[in-house]
Design a protein around this ligand. Structure first.
Ligand SMILES: Nc1nc2c(ncn2[C@@H]2O[C@H](COP(=O)(O)OP(=O)(O)OP(=O)(O)O)[C@@H](O)[C@H]2O)c(=O)[nH]1
Ligand SMILES: [Mg+2]
Length: 265
């Protein structure tokens, strides 16, 4: 938090880090590259597989608690800043059966803008501000759950911090991870972020209404997804008018119906 309220530090930090990265001869694997920007000392010690394994174990425990113990269907939404995550979840809330009790955990670097948007709907909301962290992790999600009555919930939507790199390594125990990309990110966005697509179950190509205006070829995006993650369900949506959201809602109904017999993230 202080990092972002202190203008001189926030300027100096990334350049300092960037120089170290550029001096390295070999590209960094995801888990190692991820550390930059996290306040860790990048002088040769790397985030170990053990640490990532611990996060995965925490995610498994969260899944056990939420999905199995409390029978809550958990879906994570992730994607770049402004891709349309909050908008799409709002549409899904509007489409939910009236007797479905919904909770939302919303992660943002700062502020409660998205949480306030969700509070205008009939849902329980927990806001997580991550400060300098560019993703949620199972510990942060677990802490946020203390604000929700899990016994009362049927569905939990988790909106991750807007980012296309960091969340890949940090599963949250959801039954499905839905990656939201938008046409305004450029129709080469899939080629630039293959690892995140591989880490998710469904992709939503949003802002199809302005694809022509920004010169984005939606078919190219869809075919890139098919190349990178052939098993992935792909949806095309317009968050302005809700076009395509019925299909996403139906996919999530199937996720819920699949119950406990599934791979989790
Ligand atoms: N034209 C158009 N605008 C959209 C669409 N979906 C969302 N928007 C707009 O895009 C902006 C960002 O949408 P959000 O839903 O806040 O995006 P987000 O992914 O939640 O953003 P962060 O939480 O900041 O990462 C808002 O102004 C939305 O109204 C869409 O399909 N078409
Ligand atoms: Mg949002």
């Amino acid at each position: 938090m202080t990092l972002f309220t202190h203008p001189r530090r926030s300027h100096r930090f990334p350049i300092h880090r960037l120089r170290r990265v550029l001096r390295r001869k070999n590209p960094l694997p995801v888990a190692r590259a991820h550390r930059f920007g996290h306040g860790d000392d990048a002088d040769g010690t790397d985030m170990s597989d053990d640490v990532l394994a611990q996060y995965r174990e925490q995610a498994r425990a969260l899944h056990e608690r939420l999905v199995h113990d409390h029978d809550v269907s958990v879906v994570e939404f992730l994607g770049a800043t402004g891709s349309g995550k909050t908008t799409l979840i709002e549409h899904l809330i509007e489409r939910a059966p009236s007797d479905e009790a919904i909770g939302v955990v919303v992660g943002d670097v700062a502020g409660d803008d998205d949480a306030r948007r969700f509070r205008t709907h009939d849902v329980d909301v927990a806001n997580v501000t991550t400060g300098k962290e560019c993703h949620l992790d199972p510990g942060l999600l677990g802490d946020a759950l203390t604000d929700l009555d899990l016994n009362a919930l049927d569905r939990l939507y988790v909106e991750n911090v807007g980012n296309m790199v960091c969340p890949a390594d940090f599963p949250l125990g959801a039954q499905a991870r839905v990656l939201v990309v938008s046409t305004t990110e450029g129709d080469d966005v899939v080629r630039k972020h293959p690892l995140l697509f591989e880490a998710c179950d469904a992709a939503v190509i949003n802002k199809i209404d302005i694809a022509d205006a920004v010169g984005a070829d939606i078919d190219r995006m869809a075919s890139d997804i098919a190349d990178v993650a052939p098993e992935m369900d792909v949806f095309r949506t317009n968050g302005r008018d809700g076009d395509g959201l019925d299909a996403v809602a139906s996919f999530l109904t199937d996720v819920r119906a699949a119950g406990h017999d599934h791979a989790h993230h």
